[in-house]
Ligand binder design. Structure first.
Ligand code: SF4
Ligand code: SF4
Length: 457
């Protein structure tokens, strides 16, 4: 007998079993559809919407420049970005402990694109599961060629749009538009990149499909260690459902509520039977809940034979609890959000780093002054040019510029070199701290501390 229970997209002899999931529109499916529209709108518009002249979202890994909700994070702010990402990661872990892999079924772009875009196109062109299966198994007739070419052309076109949007997040919309508008010869790498990603997305959504969630995604694999008996996951209430069996007239046998119709398996996009318990392949998409609810309505039994249950809820009729593990993670998230908020609020538009030039001591200057050479790196994180002035806090000290600038262009970095001169009679130690005042567009911005070497009188 063929045993395909725990890897239903794989046959007993290890081959891929192509799935033809059925779509059943229930309450949760409709909710998921609306959520997916919102997420798709966000996904496709976020890199093209501008806030204060910045892209709304960007993850430029190459230049280590990130923009989250219009807030720019430069390489110098990288730790803030990492902290924000850590918070997202821990929140996903907490969410998984509490609600299982619901992120996969409801929010993950892979599922949204596959179930709400590509699958719908496939059903629209090729029909319901049986018709799709028959078409795949039939010889190449004119009808089959037209259907397959139409479907794959649409898949390629959508993959092309996804690829462009994906690159807009990575290399910025400006660079993407340049690749599109300017001659190919000037942007060979960008042009090849667009088509490579198009091909990758096309293969993911037309061929790999659920294997991405089952085999490739590390999050799915981690699920086993994150779940506990209090986690709410899509589960079959076996106490209520078993012994399962088809309803037969005049059959006196006492059966559970499951009529063994297999509809929950037919709608499953990963091809599993949820009645066999929580499985790695389950993305918590809730399609089986909708399907089973419809069956329960028909046979006049209460809904939620399959529903969101924890092990404790099914076996001991316990109410959902906020476990110690969840409390600990929540506390960590609250602390991390506090730290992140502090860094965000104390973040400045201009970053100034001043260092005394290495390998040099002091210089004796005319007029009884002693000088030290400094280099300064200034980063303008704003979308406007700014004027920066540096002056010593000590009114008797002065600055002699070697390399200065009038203004710093928007989103750019400049390096300055200058001497700080201090009257020799004021130097009491061979190495003493000095403070330099920074002004931005005539307004006081901050104070930088560095050290000054000099002769001891
Ligand atoms: S859909 Fe419900 S009734 Fe039908 S087999 Fe699945 S659990 Fe049983
Ligand atoms: S078992 Fe149910 S919730 Fe899990 S993937 Fe299949 S249909 Fe979705």
């Amino acid at each position: 007998m063929e045993e395909i229970s725990y890897h239903s997209s794989v046959t007993a002899d290890g081959k891929r079993r192509w799935l033809y999931p059925l779509i059943r529109k229930g309450q949760l499916y409709r909710l998921r559809t609306w959520l997916s529209y919102v997420l798709l709108l966000f996904l496709f518009s976020a890199p093209f919407v501008k806030v204060n002249g910045h892209q709304f979202m960007m993850f430029n890994i190459i230049e280590r420049k990130f923009i989250l909700f219009g807030q720019v994070f430069w390489p110098q702010d990288f730790f803030i970005f990492v902290l924000a990402m850590l918070i997202v990661l821990i929140s996903i872990v907490l969410f998984t402990i509490a609600f299982g892999r619901i992120f996969c079924g409801w929010i993950c772009p892979q599922t949204i694109f596959l179930e709400m875009v590509f699958r719908k196109i496939e059903v629209w062109i090729e029909g319901e599961p049986l018709a799709r299966k028959k078409l795949d198994e039939s010889p190449w007739t004119q009808e089959k060629i037209i259907k397959k070419v139409s479907k794959h052309s649409l898949f390629l076109l959508i993959s092309f749009f996804i690829s462009n949007t994906f690159l807009a997040y990575i290399i910025s919309t400006e660079t993407l538009f340049k690749i599109i508008k300017e001659p190919i010869q000037q942007h060979w790498i960008g042009f090849i990149g667009i088509w490579l990603f198009t091909l990758a997305f096309y293969l993911v959504f037309s061929k790999m499909r659920e294997l991405v969630c089952i085999v490739a995604c590390p999050y799915g694999r981690l699920q086993g260690v994150m779940l506990d008996k209090n986690s709410l996951v899509v589960a079959y209430n076996f106490l209520r459902g078993e012994p399962r069996g088809k309803i037969k007239k005049n059959d006196e046998k006492a059966l559970g509520d499951c009529v063994d119709c297999n509809l929950c398996v037919a709608v499953c996009p990963t091809g599993i039977d949820i009645r066999k318990g929580t499985q790695l392949e389950c993305t918590n998409c809730t399609a089986c809940i909708d399907a089973c609810d419809q069956v329960m309505d028909k046979i006049h039994k209460p809904r939620k034979l399959i529903g969101f249950y924890s092990e404790e809820m099914i076996e001991h009729q316990h109410k959902p609890t906020f476990s110690l593990r969840m409390k600990a993670y929540s506390l960590i998230i609250i602390i991390m959000i506090g730290i992140l908020s502090f860094f965000l609020l104390s973040r400045k538009d201009v970053d100034v780093t001043i260092l005394r030039a290495g390998g040099m001591l002091y210089q004796e200057q005319p007029g009884g002054y002693v000088s030290n050479l400094y280099t300064a790196e200034l980063i303008n994180k704003t979308m406007n040019p700014i004027k920066i002035n540096i002056k010593p806090e000590n009114p008797r000290a002065k600055i002699q510029w070697i390399q200065g600038v009038d203004s710093i262009a928007k989103e750019s970095t400049v390096k300055l070199t200058f001497f700080v001169l201090i009257p020799a009679k004021e130097i009491k130690k061979s190495n003493s701290p000095i403070h330099l005042l920074i002004e931005q567009n005539g307004k006081w911005l901050g104070k930088e501390e560095t050290n000054f070497l000099g002769p001891v009188n």
